[in-house]
Design a protein around this ligand. Structure first.
Ligand code: BES
Ligand code: ZN
Ligand code: ZN
Length: 497
């Protein structure tokens, strides 16, 4: 799909679907929509009045107009002006795409939502429209024998008659396309079933990104023997029950003249059965998503060749599978990690933190200015914050703020949780340095405290994405059931700074 913007008059463009908008509670159309209405002889204003159309967010009216070359005109409600935000624009662009899909429209022309009466910078409007459109168009249909072929949205053209808006929005669209395509890349990896997304497949996905970077991304792959040499007992022990070989991947993007170095770490469990502490069947259903942190890093790296940030960026993840077997880790086992700290395993289902013990330690040895990890770490985080909000914990409050600001900018919901030092005794072990579970309560916080043991003094933020990484039902106009690619856009926002 091509997303473009050009200067012109909406009422004159030939298209399958023309999208205009209106704020809630206003009696008549404004700006570009008003211009279209004028050509339609006041049809929109008249219908709004007669149908008592209130312009609530996502409310729609579809016209088959006479007087403009467009085959259909879609009027979308933007909701109340005081609630209007970038997210509104993302949603409205996504709704337009979904309607186009239903109508089998190939060509859509839309107003630049929000730049006029909405008072948002045109660049932002272009960015979020591109994001909403691309993310809404994404579907995972690979394993459907009956593929829907009738819908191919070919062009999504934004038309504005303000020259400055066109120039600014053009830059925004380019950025939005990069962000959304990186998100789609992560979704693709998460949506693959575990039998098709084994540790080696996750490694190959990273290799492909590196290979496509024209030498800008280097990749180091550690197999079982290399992991043994590193003393990565955390990763190796979690992988012990699986028939699939474990790996650790280290991607490096190092532009010339980089002044700052950052490390991104992801949890990459390709399937989490719980291991010997086997999960109940229902809790296992979505566990192909347990590599979403690693997928987000691969997705973000795929954007670097276009984004060209000036920062040196390291992406690290362990790819392995958590399975029960005669060889598997069992409760009571004690594991030696790369950091030399020992972990008493009391529940083999708390495996993510055991692999992260090694990857975070490895990242800390690179002495980056900061480490950010993304992990589908705890069910407790989903209990606390629900399916849409990620938990952020950090050993440095400025870094937590930085992550939260970037998330806001990116349109991803995050909330800070405390790294509560008084709970540290809960993960103290009698027989090892730490144990891999805390008490009955505050499971997300004790998991965070556990991770902290392995980052030393490096500024570090942990993002628990157990809730938002995978949508068990459609969440909004651009988030269908399945992998969401959550975290990619926040990471890119941080990198861009
Ligand atoms: N991968 C799960 C966490 C998870 C739960 C992710 C729901 C996505 C959705 C993690 O490895 C896990 O099983 N954690 C346990 C920890 C417990 C044994 C201390 C949990 O949350 O139940
Ligand atoms: Zn688990
Ligand atoms: Zn897990």
């Amino acid at each position: 799909m091509k997303i473009q913007i050009k200067k012109g008059n909406l009422a004159e463009v030939k298209t399958d679907l023309l999208v205009v908008n209106i704020f809630e509670g206003v009696k008549v159309t404004h700006a570009a929509t008003a211009a279209v209405d004028q050509v339609l002889g006041g049809l929109i204003n008249k219908t709004i009045k007669e149908e008592k159309f209130d312009g609530a967010l996502g409310a729609m009216l579809l016209f088959r107009p006479i007087g403009v070359p467009a085959k259909k005109v879609l009027l979308i409600g933007l909701g109340k002006k005081e609630n209007f935000s970038e997210e509104t624009v993302r949603q409205v662009a996504a709704v337009s795409t979904n309607v186009a899909k239903q109508l089998s429209a190939k060509h859509v022309v839309s107003v630049l939502h929000g730049a006029g009466y909405g008072n948002l910078p045109a660049k932002i409007c272009g960015k979020v429209m591109a994001e909403g459109t691309i993310l809404a168009a994404y579907e995972f249909k690979k394993y459907k024998s009956e593929k829907k072929t009738n819908f191919q949205l070919e062009t999504f053209l934004i038309v504005s008659n303000v020259e400055a808006h066109v120039r600014e929005a053009e830059k925004g669209i380019a950025l939005g396309e990069i962000y959304a395509n990186a998100t789609v890349q992560a979704r693709e990896l998460v949506n693959e079933p575990a039998s098709h997304m084994r540790p080696i497949d996750l490694v190959n996905a990273a290799k492909i990104v590196a290979a496509g970077s024209k030498g800008q991304i280097k990749i180091k792959i550690f197999n079982r023997a290399a992991l043994a040499r590193l003393g990565a007992g955390g990763i190796l022990s979690v992988a012990r029950g699986s028939d699939h070989e474990p790996f650790m991947v280290h991607m490096v993007y190092k532009p010339t003249g980089a002044k700052k170095k950052i490390a991104l770490v992801g949890k990459g469990i390709t399937f989490d059965s719980g291991g010997i502490s086997l999960k109940p069947s229902d809790s296992m259903i979505t566990m192909k998503c347990d590599m979403s942190g690693a997928a987000a890093i691969i997705g973000a790296f795929s954007a670097l060749k276009s984004l060209k940030p000036k920062t040196e960026i390291h992406g690290i993840f362990a790819a392995c599978e958590n399975m029960p077997s005669g060889k598997a880790l069992v409760p009571g086992d004690i594991v030696h990690t790369m950091s030399k700290k020992t972990i008493e395993i009391l529940n083999t289902d708390a495996e993510g933190r055991v692999t992260l013990a090694d990857t975070l330690f490895y990242a800390s040895k690179l002495k980056p200015a900061m480490i950010i990890d993304l992990a589908t770490l705890t069910g407790a985080c989903v209990v606390a914050l629900g399916e849409e909000v990620a938990g952020v914990m950090s050993n440095k409050s400025e870094l937590a703020q930085k992550v939260l600001m970037a998330a806001k900018e990116a349109g991803e919901k995050m909330w800070e949780l405390p790294l509560e030092a008084s709970y540290k005794p809960l993960i103290k072990s009698e027989v090892a340095d730490v144990k891999n579970i805390g008490g009955k309560y505050g499971g997300t916080l004790t998991a965070g405290l556990f991770l902290q043991e392995f980052v030393g003094e490096i500024p570090w933020a942990h993002i628990d994405i157990a809730g938002p990484a995978y949508a068990e039902r459609p969440l909004n106009a651009y988030t269908r059931l399945g992998g969401t690619g959550f975290g990619v856009r926040t990471i890119l926002e941080i990198i861009k700074e």
